[in-house]
Ligand binder design. Structure first.
Ligand SMILES: Nc1nc2c(c(=O)[nH]1)N[C@H]1C(S)=C(S)[C@@H](COP(=O)(O)O)O[C@H]1N2
Ligand SMILES: [Mo]
Length: 545
């Protein structure tokens, strides 16, 4: 009689069990969010697991993620974690229907993974970082136990207690009795599930609100900053440095379109009033500590510096230019008694540490050789934006960001390259990485369809701290022709160029190459970004109509 109704009931109960799993997962995350407000936002499980995943991502995969998702890579990762968790939660719910304890144990297991991830993050503040995941999992496991109990326990009818029996065996008799149809505590389930959903939503919302409150001090401290006038202003950008060609990258990249590369899933929001920077380590005669105010009160330098990322492919977008203001780093090091290796100093590497546990290693020699290495506090006339390292970041003209540009910096330790490998070096990137001479065609765009006649080919070339001497363009397999160079800002900035091309109908390949001021020609040899930056010539294919 009842094959159909058995299937239907099993389906219903199965669906409700899966839903219970989902609800338990949701409750776990919500409780974790709430607890993380008492610990720190970064300790919440999705952030911790995501961060731990980033730490363990091989360089090749990270490169692939950057190539495919660009700056959305973190969003994709977090979505991936949430979707995976949801699928597991559904499965755990089904498991719990058959083995009630095993289901709850599985939830606890996830809690252990989250706890381990949170505690093992480089910025972890200790075992307390594991609390959000742990407490979340305990609540989730208990909730699942209760909900599954409602699904498997027969309800009481007319004051008489029914014996507990596995529902499957009882299905047949009750199929046509609406009152007892499911043979389980339907009302109890609905009430418990609704209450749990409501409580979780509330806990999650309160956690969210508290977490965002903790960043409000940071926001207020940034809004209160007035950047002092620099003691040493930047040389004005020559008017001729910015070409009037449609489609070329602007000489100065506005802050809101500056590229962003870092491992932070939650952008650190540091309260400038509570911030300290420590300088210590090998060859330091006296340890120094600075407040944000201390730095602002020192003579500031203002400089035009083009920053770029080692993960930038040939023709890629991870480069930007800004006017930075900050303290000359060499001065601070000298005050601490540090000497560069060329003058007998013991330390050849600076390890910069950020509040999020990142470590970047920079040659002491480069910082102290007279270039404008700085601890920057301002970018394009504003205090540093949070994403770009507020309150203070390091910058060293001529070096890729991952070996020089520590954002949210809080500690500078002098050491040696022999003694310590920084974060990226442990992940197969080179210890030292001066920026390679590169050039990029900004316009026309790849696969563009310009009209025949004079087409302005234009773009940028860079070889920070050496400067650009020459840029050449080649059309198809023709001869190399010199491009017109815009004025050079300084040797630390990129340089624009343009080339009026007499375009003839048909498909064409445009190729660019630059020569730096040491006379070195940009190499044609194509390399990957790992380990020390991509090389090769940038080409663009267009069809002229
Ligand atoms: N704390 C911290 N600082 C960091 C990084 C990071 O992941 N964490 N990434 C570095 C890298 S690889 C680059 S290219 C620059 C990018 O700086 P931007 O995001 O301001 O463009 O920051 C550097 N500083
Ligand atoms: Mo980078």
């Amino acid at each position: 009689m009842t094959t159909v109704s058995i299937t239907r009931k099993a389906l219903t109960r199965g669906t409700l069990a899966a839903l219970s799993g989902l609800l338990a997962g949701f409750a776990s995350l919500a409780v974790a969010e709430l607890v993380s407000a008492a610990v720190r936002p970064e300790a919440s499980p999705v952030t911790a697991v995501g961060g731990a995943a980033i730490d363990r991502t091989p360089a090749g995969v990270k490169d692939w993620a950057i190539r495919n998702f660009g700056e959305d890579d973190k969003l994709v990762l977090q979505l991936g974690i949430v979707v995976t968790l949801a699928l597991f939660a559904l499965a755990v719910g089904l498991l719990a229907l058959r083995h009630r304890r095993a289901g709850s144990a599985a939830v606890l297991l996830f809690g252990v993974v989250g706890t381990a991830a949170a505690v093992s993050r480089p910025d972890s503040t200790g075992l307390v970082d594991g609390l959000p995941s742990l407490l979340g999992a305990i609540v989730g496991a208990a909730l699942l136990y209760v909900l599954i109990g409602r699904l498997t326990r027969p309800h009481r009818t007319a004051g008489q207690e029914q014996e507990r029996a596995p529902v499957d065996e009882r299905d047949g008799e009750q199929a046509n009795e609406p009152e007892q149809e499911a043979g389980w505590d339907r009302r109890g389930f609905v009430i418990a599930a609704t209450a749990a959903a409501a409580a979780s939503t509330a806990a999650g919302a309160v956690g969210r609100a508290l977490n965002s409150r903790s960043s409000q001090n940071a926001v207020a401290s940034r809004e209160a900053v007035t950047l002092p006038k620099p003691a040493s202003p930047a040389r004005p950008i020559p008017a001729g440095a910015q070409l009037r060609v449609r489609g070329i990258s602007p000489f100065t990249t506005p802050n809101d379109s500056f590229y962003r590369v870092d491992t932070a899933l939650v952008i650190p929001k540091v309260d400038a009033n509570a911030w300290r920077l420590r300088i210590h380590g090998k060859g330091v005669r006296r340890d120094l500590e600075f407040t944000y105010q201390d730095l602002l009160e020192r003579p500031l330098i203002e400089r035009e510096i083009t920053l770029c990322c080692v993960s930038n492919e040939v023709g890629g977008p991870y480069i930007g230019h800004a006017r930075w203001i900050g303290v000359r780093l060499a001065d601070l090091l000298k005050e601490a008694g540090v000497k560069p290796p060329s003058r007998g100093g013991e330390a050849d590497q600076i390890i910069a540490r950020s509040v999020d546990g990142m470590t970047l290693g920079t040659p002491v020699e480069d910082v102290m050789d007279g270039r404008d290495a700085m601890l920057a506090v301002g970018m394009n006339g504003e205090p540093l934006p949070f994403v770009n390292g507020f309150p203070v970041r390091m910058l060293v003209p001529g070096l890729y960001g991952y070996v020089s540009a520590c954002k949210w910096i809080e500690d500078i330790e002098l050491t040696t390259f022999d003694d310590y490998d920084a974060y990226w070096v442990k992940r197969k990137w080179a210890r030292e990485a001066p920026i390679k001479t590169q050039s990029r065609i900004d316009t026309p765009k790849p696969f563009g369809r310009p009209e025949a006649g004079t087409v302005m080919v234009a773009g940028v070339a860079w070889a920070q701290h050496r400067g650009i001497e020459k840029v050449e363009i080649r059309v198809d397999d023709g001869p190399w022709r010199p491009a017109q160079l815009a004025e050079q800002g300084t040797v630390d900035t990129w340089r624009q160029w343009s080339y009026p091309w007499k375009a003839t109908p048909g498909g064409h390949t445009l190729t660019v190459r630059a020569t730096d001021r040491t006379g070195e020609l940009q190499t044609e040899e194509r390399t990957k970004t790992v380990p020390d930056g991509a090389s090769g010539w940038h080409s663009v294919v267009v069809t002229v109509d």
